[in-house]
Ligand binder design. Sequence first.
Ligand code: SF4
Length: 303
Amino acid sequence: MSETLIDEIKQLQKEKNAVILAHNYQLPEIQDIADFTGDSLELARKAKEVEAAQMIVFCGVRFMAETAKILNPGKKVLLPAPDAGCPLADMAKVEDVVEMKKKYLGAFVVSYVNTSAQVKAVSDVCCTSSNAPAVVRNVPSDTVIFLPDKNLGYFVQKQVPEKKLIVWDGYCFVHRQFTFADLKKARELYPDSEILVHPECNPEIQENADFVLSTSGMLKRAKVSQAKTIIIGTEEGLLHKLKKENPEKQFFSLGPARICVNMKKTTLEKLKNCLENEDNEIILEDEIMKKARNALERMIEYV
Ligand code: SF4
């Protein structure tokens, strides 16, 4: 059944001249069928580079597909699971960001890419978990409104103490589930392992891990690490790529596997239907796209 489905998707992809992009947290079968997998920054770059293909099918959550559309507005961008949102992105509402800007006049608004297109449009610049410290360090303002993830804000403030960060009170439900007890237990069970955690994890986890890294940073670290066992404090989907790229090493989740239900909404079935019907297209107002694109493109200037 699955083999037939895979063949059908490949056939449709050819007929429709489509590129399939998938986030590192997607289901293994989706990662395997994609033309390219990566974190949000890598996928944004890839989406921008798409030239010959007529459409981009984005296997991820809504803000990522919106980012692809903003960076490559001439392409049709489809989201196979239209209800795949990001609760973290939803924690920053555009009207609240506008109020915050009025309160802290002159402060630079740095938005993590995990925000809606509307929030990006009222931000000065965007950042990702890989480049957030560099962006904050280089913006031309001593005060920065940083949104929406407070744990990433904590991580950035530590790296860039010379700036004053006003940090939004948002968090990722998935990364917030990692506990200090998980970490302590992992150290006891695997004393020679290396523990890599994402900056969306709580400060206590960040402080006691070996490295705090984005998912692309984890993939790079896993390749060069001398440790034979690596424990990962991020969404469990990353394990698929880590194991594929490093078959000689062992990888485990920190504590029980933590799952982002939104990332898992994209199935082969939905991908096939989306390609077939060309539905669930990302449509954004031109003005919003223009402003959001400025914030995204400025990110490159500051890294
Ligand atoms: S893992 Fe967290 S930040 Fe990423 S999409 Fe899921 S809820 Fe959003």
